[in-house]
Design a protein around this ligand. Structure first.
Ligand SMILES: [Zn+2]
Length: 161
């Protein structure tokens, strides 16, 4: 989701927005579950993580939750190129298996809420950013429990956070 950033300035406010967004995601999924449409989500009722981010000018917010990566979506922005140059030995993500094989943990590169949120932000801006310096992230949150988590190794390397 991409929204205009109205009044969210600084890390503390961004973290607060992250909590609000996480609660919203929980509510949406909880509502779907109440409607007994859980088959839409297979066996996973809720996304694991949520995250928000903004550009260094704080013009837009990218907000998303963790889910399966789509190479086509990441290829609409610079993100697929960034993933290739950061993780793949030949510098290119050539197939979906590359996202799994070169990930530092069980989930493929691109699964994370942070990476989806950054992609949303870049789509909204319609321009390139220095993703290691010009994207500010709120803390990642487990939407079911509200717990603040830590950035994973993939995100740490990709965004230098
Ligand atoms: Zn991550």
């Amino acid at each position: 989701m991409i929204i205009n950033n109205q009044g969210i300035h600084g890390q503390k406010a961004l973290d607060k927005e992250g909590v609000r967004f996480s609660d919203e995601v929980f509510y949406i999924f909880d509502t779907y579950r109440d409607w007994k449409t859980r088959h839409h989500f297979r066996n996973k009722y809720y996304p694991t993580m949520t995250c928000v981010c903004t550009d260094s000018n704080e013009t837009l917010l990218g907000e998303d939750y963790s889910h399966r990566p789509c190479m086509k979506d990441y290829n609409k922005t610079q993100m697929l190129d960034e993933m290739g140059s950061q993780f793949c030995p030949n510098g290119i993500v050539s197939c979906f298996d590359d996202l799994k094989n070169y990930s530092h943990f069980d989930y493929p590169i691109g699964q994370c809420a942070e990476q989806h949120a950054a992609n949303d932000l870049l789509l909204g801006l319609g321009s390139r950013l220095d993703i290691k310096n010009d994207i500010l992230f709120g803390k990642p949150i487990r939407c079911v429990t509200g717990e603040v988590d830590v950035y994973c190794q993939n995100c740490k390397e990709l965004f230098d956070i």
